[in-house]
Ligand binder design. Structure first.
Ligand SMILES: Cc1cc2nc3c(=O)[nH]c(=O)nc-3n(C[C@H](O)[C@H](O)[C@H](O)COP(=O)(O)OP(=O)(O)OC[C@H]3O[C@@H](n4cnc5c(N)ncnc54)[C@H](O)[C@@H]3O)c2cc1C
Length: 388
């Protein structure tokens, strides 16, 4: 199906094997604030490397997998089958950095991240600007051989395990005043502190704290690209991550349809499995149909990227993929809870966990409303035929 090559089928099978292994740890993580014993975490990390599922997006010359976009989608889809973000262990370090990194940044960040020795986090969102990244208020100013940065960033995912942060702010002085700059901040660094760590809907070991950066001095060597380049990188990262969000939503949706269908076949009410009741059949049929449509869309988008589709069309299609796959996953999770009913409201049930966890897929990396705005904007500028 989907005309996958042998190599693609193999990548998917390896990822599925790993996902099935991780599923066994979900309930333990759920009941322990997302935490698992350190030796289990380490074993998962080793397994991800062993199966060739770590850094699949990074170039082979640096030790990465050098996978095509479709292969990455197939792998992340399988990782999306697992709750409590356990699948994030098959991490995709910042491949966008490779194109602009200096040789020194390649040595200090790209290679260690590809080997799994260093982990990154993104400090971009702020309380006021929110979705409007153009309106960031964090400041960056040059002082001798350093930049001095100030700002408060929200929802900094994985800050608790990261060894460096991508910080985006606006230059407050100099020839590029008012433009964006991105810097790599080593963690910990003097002046960087957690303001607080709120609890979120999902249960994961990856925290999303509010982080203050006060007069933090960052060497000029840690500027990414040129002054004024900041937004360019944000767009590239968003494009990639939106497609990977979509891929993980496919995996979650597939697992939910399978589990709900299996339950419906075995749950007998008045002498008949509930899967034979018209109302339940409709829930399952709609879920499967929407999953098929989402898969076709996401795979086709990945193929387009592999074939160097026009960048603007890629941008619109990644937004369409994220929008559709995340909304579909939300509906499928809701139907799955309804099929499991009381059992589906228990935290030990996969539908309950996904019902909470999938909600954020419509929010991060740009909300559904923002994706619609991007898609409509591209439609107005380029027309239907250029985009679909
Ligand atoms: C769990 C989690 C992890 C996250 N991780 C990170 C991270 O690691 N790094 C990071 O930098 N950020 C991260 N984020 C931030 C995330 O990207 C933002 O929450 C998201 O972009 C939306 O911004 P906001 O929450 O401020 O919403 P707001 O911008 O305040 O939006 C409020 C409402 O207005 C709507 N809206 C806003 N603008 C428009 C528009 N132009 N058109 C139509 N409707 C609009 C929104 O859709 C929404 O319904 C994370 C968020 C969460 C919840």
């Amino acid at each position: 199906m989907y005309q996958l090559s042998e190599e693609e089928v193999d990548a998917r099978a390896r990822a599925r094997r790993f996902a099935d292994e991780l599923v066994a740890y979900e309930v333990e993580a759920e009941l322990n604030d997302g935490e698992l014993p350190a030796e289990v975490r380490e074993a998962h990390k080793r397994r991800a490397h062993e199966l060739g599922l770590f850094a699949t997006n990074m170039p082979r010359e640096f030790g990465g997998g050098g996978c095509s976009m479709l292969q990455q989608v197939l792998i992340q889809e399988q990782m999306g089958r697992v709750t409590n973000t356990l699948g994030w262990v098959a991490a995709t370090p910042p491949a966008w950095l490779v194109k602009v990194a200096t040789p020194d940044q390649i040595e200090r960040y790209v290679i260690p991240a590809t080997r799994g020795e260093k982990e990154e986090c993104y400090a971009i969102t702020e309380e006021g600007p929110g979705s409007d990244v153009d309106a960031l208020t964090a400041t960056v100013r040059r002082q001798g051989d350093n930049y001095v940065i100030d700002g408060v960033k929200w929802h900094v995912t994985s800050f608790n395990s990261a060894s460096f942060a991508f910080f985006q702010g606006k230059l407050s002085e100099g020839p590029h005043r008012g433009e964006h700059a991105m810097l790599i901040v080593d963690l910990p660094s003097p002046g960087v502190r957690v303001v607080r760590t709120p609890k979120y809907s999902h249960t994961t070991s990856h925290h999303h704290p509010i982080v203050g950066f006060e007069e933090v001095r960052v060497p000029v060597a840690n500027l990414v690209g040129e002054e004024g380049d900041g937004m360019r990188f944000a767009h590239e990262w968003f494009r990639y991550e939106r497609l990977m969000v979509a891929a993980r939503c496919l995996g979650a949706s597939g697992r939910l349809v399978e589990e709900a269908s299996r339950f419906a076949n075995g749950r007998i009410v008045r002498g008949r499995p509930i899967s034979e009741l018209g109302a339940i059949e409709a829930l399952l049929a709609d879920s499967l149909t929407e999953l098929f449509a989402a898969k076709a869309l996401v795979y086709e988008t990945a193929r387009g990227i592999d074939q160097n589709l026009d960048l603007k069309a890629q941008h619109a299609q990644c937004s369409m993929s994220k929008l559709f796959a995340s909304e579909v996953a939300g509906r499928i999770a809701d139907r799955a809870v309804q099929i499991f009913a009381g059992r589906g409201y228990m935290r030990e049930n996969v539908a309950e966990r996904f019902f909470r966890e999938l909600r954020v897929e419509r929010i991060w990396e740009g909300t559904s409303e923002v994706q619609r705005w991007i898609i409509a904007d591209q439609l107005a500028k380029r027309g239907v035929d250029a985009l679909v």
